[in-house]
Design a protein around this ligand. Structure first.
Ligand SMILES: CC(C)=CCC/C(C)=C/CC/C(C)=C/CC/C(C)=C/CC/C(C)=C/CC/C(C)=C/CC/C(C)=C/COP(=O)(O)OP(=O)(O)O
Ligand SMILES: O=P(O)(O)OC[C@@H](O)CO
Ligand SMILES: [Mg+2]
Length: 239
């Protein structure tokens, strides 16, 4: 039985092992009321910087998951693991090739009950994930919905991730994608810097991921937590 450790996450902070964060800032992030810390980055992630960040986060009770982007940085001891797969790339290396290569001969080591696949639609052409994977980011809402339906209904992915890293996304597109899903959990990430954006994203997706603003403006980052949580409460009243 595969676990769904991420199922109740409404708000998540994504921390990059390749970016320095001081003890005080990390304390505030971990005590913020966020549902989880997601450790991951598109470049410069190593075994050592991942172990270092995990051990510092482990001073706190907040759940902590790792987004695997390099097999050499597969550190044991996280509460859960995500394996990203980019749907909208013409290069199957980033859809499934590198993941299969990483597993070849090592699949018996995988903590399968703690793993979840993350189907990415990378929608900001300027972000690192788009550059790395060669994603075709200029999708219309109709095209995004088509990818989402295939991933949700035919591939039955547990998580669909709309990735706008560094830029605030098209919330009408995000809402359309959410409405098209039958079983996948929708993660939204990208460019959230204000409580208003966080609230709007929480109304559009199931899980809101906040990353870069932690490093640029910690106080603004912290305000996204109550914004997402209050928006989720309002929706509970509606449904
Ligand atoms: C403990 C354990 C798990 C042991 C098992 C050992 C074992 C068998 C390990 C292998 C695990 C495995 C299957 C690894 C696969 C790794 C891999 C090659 C995955 C492919 C990742 C991928 C598709 C990368 C493309 C880019 C992408 C979608 C990245 C996602 C993360 C992301 C977007 C981070 C944000 O990036 P950031 O750096 O912040 O970028 P900005 O500049 O935009 O801010
Ligand atoms: O860093 P930002 O732009 O907040 O995006 C969050 C996350 O989706 C990055 O993978
Ligand atoms: Mg980043």
């Amino acid at each position: 039985m595969l676990s769904s450790f991420y199922m109740n996450w409404q708000h998540v902070f994504k921390l990059d092992p390749d970016r320095p964060i001081g003890d005080e800032a990390l304390h505030e992030v971990c005590m913020s009321g966020t549902d989880a810390i997601l450790v991951g980055g598109s470049s410069g992630v190593t075994f050592d910087n991942t172990v270092d960040l995990l051990s510092r986060i482990r001073r706190y009770e907040v759940p902590c998951a790792l987004e695997l982007t390099d097999p050499d940085a597969a550190v044991p001891g996280f509460d859960g693991y995500f394996v990203p797969m980019v749907l909208n790339t013409p290069d199957s290396e980033w859809l499934i090739g590198r993941q299969a290569e990483a597993l070849t001969g090592f699949g018996h080591l995988m903590p399968w009950d703690l793993m979840a696949g993350e189907a990415y639609l990378v929608l900001n052409a300027d972000c690192t994930a788009a550059r790395v994977s060669g994603a075709q980011a200029d999708l219309s809402a109709e095209q995004a919905v088509a990818y989402a339906q295939l991933a949700d209904r035919l591939m039955r992915v547990p998580v669909l991730y709309l990735e706008y890293s560094g830029a605030y996304g098209d919330m009408a597109l995000v809402r359309s994608v959410r409405q098209s899903l039958q079983q996948a959990q929708l993660f939204y990430g990208g460019g959230i810097r204000t409580p208003e954006q966080a609230r709007e994203a929480a109304q559009a997706a199931h899980t809101v991921v906040v990353g870069n603003v932690v490093y640029d403006d910690l106080q603004a980052a912290l305000l996204t937590v109550p914004a997402v949580k209050s928006s989720a409460k309002e929706q509970d009243h509606v449904f």
